[in-house]
Write a protein that binds this ligand. Sequence first.
Ligand code: SAM
Length: 225
Amino acid sequence: MLDDRLQAVADFVPEDSSVADIGTDHGYLAIELFKINNSRKVIAADLNAGPCQAARRTISEAGFSDSIEVRQGDGLAALTSGEVDTVCIAGMGGKLEADILEAQPDVTAKLQCLVLQPQNGFEYLRGWLYDHNWHIEDEKLSKVDGRVYQIIKAIQGHKEPLTEVELILGPVLIEKRPAMFAEHVQNNIDQLDKIRQGLQKGGSHTKDRLAKIEARIKLLEEYTL
Ligand SMILES: C[S@@+](CC[C@H](N)C(=O)[O-])C[C@H]1O[C@@H](n2cnc3c(N)ncnc32)[C@H](O)[C@@H]1O
């Protein structure tokens, strides 16, 4: 059984798609994706040997060694262009997830759907998507051990760039205001508030940055209502 974070990732993968789980680690997500549709192609890939070994073990214990291929490789270099139509990247920094997509443009260009669960760097990742002909079709929040996670489903196609607040909070999350949205906004405010407190001790050379952070806090506070 997956936790709510990885279940939310699995739920966003189109049921008839072929899929690669990049940074699979334990392989749980790849197994769940195969269980949902056992006629689809599922590839579990990881940069490091240890996680590949762990994934092979879990996949073998689940009885799916003949069906789910485990590959060691750096990001999308583990795939050939057009081999799958959907890629999941979960549990890494948003910047790293964007770098992985950017590093293999031939593979990325042939994908139809991305399911991303960044741990941080949300603004960077959302901005990257809109700068590279992707847009966000859906977003979800899920909570595990008191921490709220953001899950992003993106598809190909140009759309107008996101506003500052959409980059931070997520355009679909703002529109849908799901359960945990208030907590999501407050988490962002709390993080900025910590930065603000640090900058307040910094003296006059931090004045401009402090003003930007305070403006951003004000902007987000509009979404706590
Ligand atoms: C924190 S784990 C996340 C595991 C799983 N995706 C999850 O969300 O529970 C990150 C995994 O990404 C792998 N990883 C880091 N950089 C990678 C890259 N460039 N390409 C593929 N895998 C990578 C690490 O080896 C590690 O197994």
